[in-house]
Design a protein around this ligand. Sequence first.
Ligand code: PMP
Length: 437
Amino acid sequence: MKKLNDIHAEASKYFVAGASAGQRYNAPLGQPLYISRANGSRFWDAEGNEFIDFHTGAGAALFGHNNPRIREAINQALELGFFMNFDTEHHTQLAKLLQHFFPSCERMRLLNTGSEATQAAIRLARTYSGRDKVLRFEGHFHGMHESIWFNHNMISNVDAYGEVETHPDSVGFPINAKDGVVNVIFNNVDAFEHALKKYKDKIACVILEPISYNCGCLEARGEYLRAVREICTRENTVLIFDEVVTGLRMRPGSAQKYYGVLPDVTVMAKAIGGGMSIAAFGGKKEIMEHLNPIGKTAVSGTYSGALMPVLASVACLTMASEQGFYDRLEDTGNKLYAGIDDLLAKHKIAAHVRGLGARFGIYFGVENPEDDFDFRKVAVAEDKGTYKKFVTECVKNGLWFHDTAGPVSPAHYGFTVAHTSHDIDDALGRLDSIFAK
Ligand code: PMP
């Protein structure tokens, strides 16, 4: 059996830092983790060490790794001719299922990744509104592209009205890219209203994560989201919900149902494919028909709506529609979140869990749970030292809490429907000794 360090040395001859994608690099290990296989709630690294997985394919593997029904769907695609670049009746079956989980989607289009889908949704909103700027919220993440990747993992200057100075999250953006974006603090109606007045008739769309798991678990307050909806309608601004992570995650399916607030356009990815690369965006017919060939907004791609992920997605959405699916996720979440909170209290660690549906953040150093609703308060309070010790000890103890925390926001984790009560007991037992340390 090869050693992880040797695999890293070899990989580094071809991949930058030995990682095929930036986020595979893991700071506690000082290199990526190279794994051999994954099944259900667990995976095994290349040296044979077993991990209980709380990263869950960056949130895509909601149905568990190597899920037999997704495998069956993949096999069906293999039988049919797995890539055709044509639509089939299965595509329509998928759209019907998606509409069940994302009720505001009267018309849809398929793509491959969440980033592609947010980019297309923004392009569509620009055409529909005839306006240019995108209003986004500090801390929220919508993919790594030049029209939206700003102010995700940083705190920058804020003015007296709650507008935040815009900064890109990477270098290499065109110099004027930031002019396309207005950044505002979240969960503050006055700040939002003020920005829409200041940029009157300039805001093409407002994009948000209804629950920003990318900020740990930053929930929108219900009344806030309702106000945002009303103001967008009044100002003729397209409201986009990025449901890439919230989608399918919570009872009874996604955030727009949970809050009872319908966006104009929804972006979907990750869990809808259960690990196969598929994304979608959809919305009101009137808006969506600005897409080609009816309208003039071009959105397409060689692999858009490829058969294999389409069939996999049908299998995922069918499983999520079955009775007991959300009861099971909810039971697992309740047990895990209460269990971690109890252990934190037992070991007198100033931290708490905030979880909603099958995704959660652990807030180290944040004493007042009310602060979770405020990105800035969490950023200031977060105890990164304890967080780092936590992820490092977890790796040594067979728990995979991926190092997803950014410079300011807490890390976010998840579990799958394959995580059993035994898995949670097992994980809590290990966390007991980790927290004791
Ligand atoms: N939106 C949100 C809310 C996300 O969390 C992510 C990915 N973490 C994306 C968009 C981008 O999705 P992808 O990685 O599939 O491009």
